[in-house]
Design a protein around this ligand. Sequence first.
Ligand SMILES: [Zn+2]
Length: 269
Amino acid sequence: MAYVFDYAELEKSLASFRHLHPQIPVFSIGKSREGRHLYGIKLGKGGKRVFFNGAHHGMEWLTAKLLMQFAEELAQGDHQANTLLQGRSLYLVPMVNPDGVEIAAGGKEWQANAFGVDLNHNYDALWHLSKQSEKDAGIFGPGPTRFSGPFPESEPETRAVADFTRQNGFDLAIAFHSQGEVIYWDFCGFAPDKSYTIAKQMEAVSPYRMDTVSGIASFGGYKDWFIRTFKRPAFTVEIGQGKNPLPIEDLATIYPRTLPLMLEAIRLA
Ligand SMILES: [Zn+2]
């Protein structure tokens, strides 16, 4: 079996993170359908609040590993990290869908949560249109991908992430997915002007390219809901190239290609 950064690996790396950086808060924002924690980390103490999350989709666990590596790098507290976090707080939830990651780790092609709901179609952002286009795609119930659930935030994972977002009033958010090296920056024209400027800048410092979505993938996502609800910048960033699940070896190239984009987003929030 190929290596998977699964829930046990996440817990292991959080344990060592806590040990190395006892001053940095590590917490749980809620639990999954099967009772796994949705862990969070908070770096920095500033008033500008940035939120990065990963692994909304089971086969996209590499995004969780990416965010853990980023947390570890920032927690070292070198000059660059200190300057970056001046006046800023960065909140990370590396694995939004631990149950889906576990299912995918078993070798199944699985993006949804344990109930067969695609969490990135379960947010309240023109959700009914997501529901509508499901049928055209031949999706009539729970399954491995794209079923948007019975109603918005029907799943404990999306509810926890949405509550956490409402409680903290983030200035900017990025949901990390794989793959494609793309920055999705708008939602049906609702994105504030700042979204375009920040995306342009993220594009300038990385090999990632700006794009917009249409069709079934375009409604009910986290960034869609964030833009629509708060009228602040949110992005979906698709890391890497190839076929999901991307192998762990890819992170060695993905990390340096994505790092400048992450730093720039925090700086511009
Ligand atoms: Zn995804």
